[in-house]
Design a protein around this ligand. Structure first.
Ligand code: SF4
Length: 320
């Protein structure tokens, strides 16, 4: 399968400044040594609690944040050290759909103009047919012609997110980051948007990184999944392997929280104690050890290696 994205040993640290002289006294290790690849037409899910670093991974791949270390390959090209000018060329190829659709749409522009502007800025002009093309996209995301001249505030949250999706698709991207695209929406609307995204992925042959804190959302839409904890990937596998045979204690805890009545996963619910650690000062050894129900001697000082334990199934745990 052709690879669209490969990241190798990606790190993103934010310096901590203190005192009058704003001296650097430490670093927030938001992303620490993360590697994965996304094949063409694949939907790769990144899941974890809030503060696990998953959104920072998405923004760093898009070069909205500069990586501290590591490599980002886009279609085989190393874009990690591209400067702003070079990165501008990527904007058309790599799009993002944000969590809060209202904040991401210009409040004084009409819906038709918002979508059209994305095409003009990225020099995509279907000539005189641009308005027809915009209208086609509006219909394709489940809105109607009457929305063309509306302002964002006149739309519901679900409709605004549909506009965000149309705007991203307008430039025909090779890769899309979906950063918690449904978490600000009502549950019933979430399902509609997820179904729409699933249809569009097939129709547009989209390659995407889907970021969510909710494993049931990830289950619905992703082919391959990485579970993040405190800035690192602790488990990565195809959807079926991860949901049918989760190995890492953290993944098992997350899955038991979404267990459905009558399914095996409901048995022996694991209650996750405590909070995700501060990325400023992550625990030594396995970062999950203060909350792990399986921790053993050595977990608090030896970091477990991230290794393949089955075909395509990777995990970082001393006991697996
Ligand atoms: Fe738990 Fe130890 Fe495995 Fe970490 S390495 S997940 S603390 S058992």
């Amino acid at each position: 399968m052709q690879e669209i994205i490969r990241i190798k040993n990606l790190k993103k640290y934010f310096p901590i400044h203190r005192g009058v002289l704003k001296r650097v006294v430490g670093a927030i290790q938001a992303v620490d040594d993360v590697s994965f690849a996304i094949g063409k037409s694949q939907t790769f899910g990144l899941v974890g609690e809030s503060g696990s670093g998953k959104s920072t991974v998405g923004r760093t791949i898009l070069k909205l944040l500069e990586p501290t270390a590591g490599t980002i390959l886009f279609k085989g090209q190393d874009i990690s050290r591209w400067d702003k000018n070079a990165t501008r060329k990527l904007r058309r190829e790599m799009q993002i759909i944000f969590q809060d659709p209202n904040a991401s749409l210009h409040p004084r522009m009409r819906i038709g103009s918002i979508i059209k502007r994305a095409m003009v800025v990225n020099r995509i002009h279907p000539g005189a047919g641009i308005n027809d093309h915009v209208m086609e996209l509006i219909r394709r995301v489940g809105l109607s012609e009457q929305h063309y001249n509306r302002y964002p505030h006149e739309l519901s949250g679900g409709q605004q997110q549909r506009v965000g999706i149309a705007r991203a698709l307008a430039v025909n991207p090779s890769f899309v980051v979906l950063d918690e695209p449904t978490s600000a929406l009502d549950v019933s609307v979430q399902a509609q948007i997820l179904n729409l995204l699933k249809e569009l992925q097939k129709d547009f042959n989209l390659t995407s990184l889907f970021i969510s804190h909710d494993l049931s959302v990830i289950d619905h839409i992703c082919d391959r999944i990485a579970v993040m904890y405190a800035g690192q990937i602790v488990e990565m596998a195809d959807r079926d392997s991860l949901f049918n045979r989760p190995l890492h204690p953290y993944t098992r805890s997350l899955l038991s929280a979404i267990a459905e009545v009558g399914k095996d996963r409901a048995d022996g619910r694991i209650i996750l104690q405590g909070e995700i650690p501060s990325p400023e000062n992550p625990p030594p050894g396995c970062r999950f050890h203060p909350r792990c129900f399986m921790r053993t001697e050595g977990c608090d000082h030896d970091p477990p290696p991230f290794r393949q334990v089955e075909d395509g199934h990777f995990v970082a745990c001393h006991l697996i």
